[in-house]
Design a protein around this ligand. Structure first.
Ligand code: PLP
Length: 372
């Protein structure tokens, strides 16, 4: 066991699925990775990763980039004219949590559409399309699956197809922020190609539920990825011998997807286990993948109290807490986390009852939250 792994045993980190550390298999693959200069497209391990994901998702090509943010923002820049609007669901990561990048890099504006439970209706999307000479033209439709700030909720395949059909009718490109597209596939019981079908571009993170330490892949047509490559260089994302990162990502891609169903089950166990805890309320229907959003009387106090006992999670707003499961949180750790969370809730709020608010995660603290 590495010192890193023993640290993981002591702490239970439910802040995000981005907190995982590379497994021994990933570290071995990294040490042995064949590398080259990726700005010249000469890193064989990166080329293998890009090709593998493109094949799995049904796209012509892929581009390895350092982060989901860069991947999404390159997509916006390639698809859109400056001054155009991007239609996206309320709470969309591309707008809320990619610090204004859409204005800075692509020079585009968000047009937010209501998305109860993270799912926009095709009618709302249609109503958001701008055609007038007096308005900023619509340049892109973007969906998010799973939808992080709505609770890790899943957009059904039928809804994606309806919105894609609308995009075709309107001659608009359509992008998927699929940071957790594999979680969506798991929750929907379909393969990753089904989640990605019908989009002009998809961004997939290897460094979230799949467990890689770094990296995302942007997918699209050969022509689209050619243009994206130039933007990656412009943004300083040409990482040269980054095959060491792609090697870990390839291991994550081999092993990660199979583990997601356990993450989802454990999120459910956490959610159900917290029902009835003093001062805590939650909407079980929003627990659809590896996230649990909770409403509590004082999110910071509870997070700090549990954190002192080794159970870490994020207070996303004054009364909102998010728990995220990942492959380095097992059944025992879920049990231990529940015990600590219950004890601290009892200490803080015994006799208080459930927290007052029953709003959905997406309704809570939108725009005020500092952590996605
Ligand atoms: C839905 C979604 N998209 C994109 C990102 C951005 O990924 P990164 O943190 O790698 O920039 C995140 C990060 O959590 C996310 O949740």
């Amino acid at each position: 066991m590495t010192s890193n792994e023993s640290l993981i045993e002591r702490r239970i980190d439910l802040r995000s699925d981005t907190v995982t550390t590379p497994t021994e298999a990933m570290r071995r693959a990294m040490a042995q990775a064949e590398v080259g200069d990726d700005v010249y497209a000469e890193d064989p391990t990166i080329n293998r990763l890009q090709q593998r994901l493109a094949e799995m998702t049904g796209f012509e090509a892929g581009l390895f980039v350092p982060s989901g943010t860069m991947s999404n923002q390159i997509a916006l820049a390639v698809h859109c004219q400056r001054g155009s609007e991007v239609i996206c669901p309320v709470g969309a990561h591309i707008y809320e949590y990619e610090p204004g990048a859409m204005a800075v890099i692509a020079g585009v504006l968000p047009r937010l559409v209501p998305a109860p439970g993270g799912v926009p209706s095709v009618d709302e999307v249609r109503a958001a399309v701008r055609r007038s000479i007096h308005q900023a033209p619509t340049g892109l439709i973007s969906l998010e699956n799973t939808h992080n700030s709505a609770g890790g909720t899943v957009v059904p395949v039928a809804v994606m197809r309806e919105v894609q059909q609308l995009a075709r009718e309107e001659k608009l490109p359509i992008h998927l922020d699929g940071a957790r597209a594999f979680n969506a596939a798991t929750a929907l019981g379909v393969d990753i190609a089904t989640v990605c079908a019908g989009f002009d571009s998809v961004s997939i993170c290897l460094s979230k539920g799949l467990g890689a330490p770094v990296g995302s892949v942007l997918l699209g047509s050969r022509d689209f990825i050619g243009r994206a490559h130039r933007y990656r260089k412009l943004l300083g994302g040409g990482m040269r011998q980054a095959g060491v990162l792609a090697a870990a990502a390839l291991v994550a891609l081999d092993i990660g997807p199979r583990l997601l169903e356990h993450d989802h089950r454990r999120a459910r166990v956490l959610a159900e286990g917290l029902l009835g805890a003093p001062g805590v309320s939650l909407d079980l229907s929003s627990v659809q993948s590896n996230m649990v959003y909770l409403q509590v009387a004082d999110a910071s106090a509870w997070a700090a109290a549990c954190g002192r006992r080794g159970v870490r999670f994020n207070a996303l707003g004054p009364g909102t807490v998010r728990l995220v499961t990942h492959h380095q949180v097992g059944d025992e750790q879920v049990e231990q986390a529940l015990r600590v969370m219950w004890e601290e809730a009892e200490r803080l709020w015994a006799g208080v009852g459930a927290a007052a608010s029953h709003a959905t995660p997406a309704d809570k603290g939108n725009g005020r939250r500092s952590t996605p």
